[in-house]
Design a protein around this ligand. Structure first.
Ligand code: NAP
Length: 310
C-alpha cells in the first residue's frame, strides 16, 4: 500500500452517483459541505437510484442538486460517474450505461471487492473511451440507505484506489482529489492484495458475526441470550445487523479469499478447542497474550493516525 500526496483542489462540472445509499449519500453530503466551504468546485451533483423516495428526500436535504431514476440518461453529460450500488449490481449497471457515457468521462465505484469490478470495467468499458478508477472507501456502518448518510463518514478514513492500466494520471488525480475533499487519506493497492486483506479484516468478521448471532438466535432461549448480553457481545454482534443483500454480494464476489481466511481461522479455533478440552490453560494464555499484544499495538497505530477501530 503506498500513500499519495496531492495539493490541487477538486473541480468538475457534472458528478453522477448511481446508488445513492449510505456510501453514495455520504459522499454527496461530504462533497456538498466541501462545496459550501469553497474547498471544491462542482457545478451539479446528480443522484440516481431505481426508486424515487430516497432521491427526493436527498434533494430536499441538499445532498444532491438533481436526480434521475434512469442510469443511462443520468450519465449522458457526466464528467464523473461513481457507482455506489451493491457489488453484484456493478456489472449490470456498467452494461446499462456504457453506450451513454461521454467521451473522456471518469467511471469509479465504491465496491468492497475490487477484482470483479476491475475485470468488468476492463471488459465492458475498454471501447468506451472513458477512464476507469475503481475505489474502495474503508468506512461504513451496519446501516444502509441514503437516510443513514453521514457527512463525516470518510473523515480520517482510508480510501483505496485501484486504477486500471491505461487510465490517465489526470483521471486518477481527479478521484484522488474528490475523496481527499471528504477528509479521507488516499492509497493505491494491488487488487488481489486488497481483496485478500479485506477478506481477513472485514469480510471474515462479518461472516462470523452473522453466523454467531444466527446460532444464538436459534437456541431455545435465544432471546434471553440477547437480553443478558454484555458490551462485548453487543459490540461484536453490531455488524450482524448489516444489510444481508450487500454482504451476500461481497462474500460471493470474494469467495476464494474469504474461504482462505475462514480455513485459517477454523484451524486456529480448532486448536483452541482442543486446548480447552485438554485443560491446557498455558497454551490458551499464550494465544490470548499474543492477541492482546497485537490488538494493543493496532489500537495505538489507529490513535496515531486518528482512525477509529472498526
Ligand atoms: P445501500 O445503502 O444499500 O445503498 C445502495 C444504493 O444503491 C441504494 O440507494 C439503492 O437504491 C441503489 N441501487 C441498488 N441496486 C441498484 C441498481 N441496480 N441500479 C441503481 N441503483 C441501485 O448500500 P451501501 O452500504 O451504500 O453500499 C454501497 C456499496 O458500497 C456496495 O458496493 C458496498 O460493497 C460498498 N461499501 C459499503 C460499505 C458499508 O459499510 N456499507 C463500506 C464500504 C463500501 P434503489 O434500491 O432505490 O435502486
Amino acid at each position: 500500500m503506498s500513500g499519495i500526496v496531492k495539493k490541487e483542489s477538486f473541480k468538475t462540472e457534472r458528478l453522477v452517483i448511481i446508488g445513492l445509499g449510505l456510501i453514495g449519500g455520504s459522499l454527496a453530503c461530504a462533497l456538498q459541505k466541501a462545496r459550501a466551504e469553497g474547498r471544491v468546485s462542482i457545478t451539479t451533483i446528480v443522484g440516481c437510484n431505481r426508486s424515487l423516495e430516497g432521491l427526493k428526500s436527498a434533494q430536499k436535504n441538499g445532498l444532491i442538486d438533481e436526480f434521475n431514476t434512469n442510469a443511462a440518461e443520468a450519465v449522458k453529460d457526466a464528467d464523473i460517474v461513481i457507482l455506489g450500488v451493491p457489488v453484484l449490481s456493478i456489472r449490470p449497471t456498467l452494461e446499462l450505461i456504457r453506450d451513454h457515457l461521454k467521451p473522456g468521462a471518469i467511471v469509479s465505484d465504491v465496491g468492497s471487492v475490487k477484482q470483479p469490478v476491475v475485470d468488468d470495467m476492463r471488459e465492458l468499458l475498454s471501447d468506451a473511451n472513458v477512464h476507469c478508477v475503481p475505489a474502495h472507501p474503508i468506512a461504513g456502518s451496519e446501516q444502509s440507505g441514503v437516510t443513514a448518510a453521514q457527512v463525516d463518514l470518510f473523515n480520517n478514513r482510508k480510501v483505496i484506489l485501484a486504477p486500471i492500466n491505461g487510465s490517465s494520471p489526470e483521471s486518477i488525480e481527479q478521484i484522488d482529489l474528490m475523496w481527499r475533499a471528504t477528509g479521507a487519506e488516499l492509497f493505491q493497492m494491488d487488487v488481489s492484495e486488497h481483496d485478500r486483506v479485506l477478506a481477513a479484516t472485514s469480510h471474515l468478521p462479518h461472516l462470523l458475526a452473522f453466523s454467531l448471532v444466527d446460532t444464538l438466535a436459534n437456541q431455545d432461549q435465544g432471546w434471553d441470550v440477547f437480553k443478558y448480553a454484555a458490551g462485548g457481545f453487543r459490540d461484536f454482534s453490531r455488524i450482524a445487523a448489516s444489510d444481508p443483500q450487500m454482504w451476500h454480494d461481497i462474500f460471493l464476489s470474494n469467495r476464494d479469499a474469504v474461504v482462505e481466511a475462514l480455513d485459517l481461522f477454523s484451524s486456529d479455533l480448532a486448536k483452541l478447542r482442543q486446548n480447552l478440552l485438554d485443560e491446557d490453560g498455558e497454551s490458551m494464555i499464550e494465544v490470548f497474550k499474543r492477541a492482546k499484544a497485537a490488538r494493543d499495538h493496532f489500537a495505538q497505530q489507529f490513535q496515531k493516525t486518528g482512525s477509529d477501530v472498526e
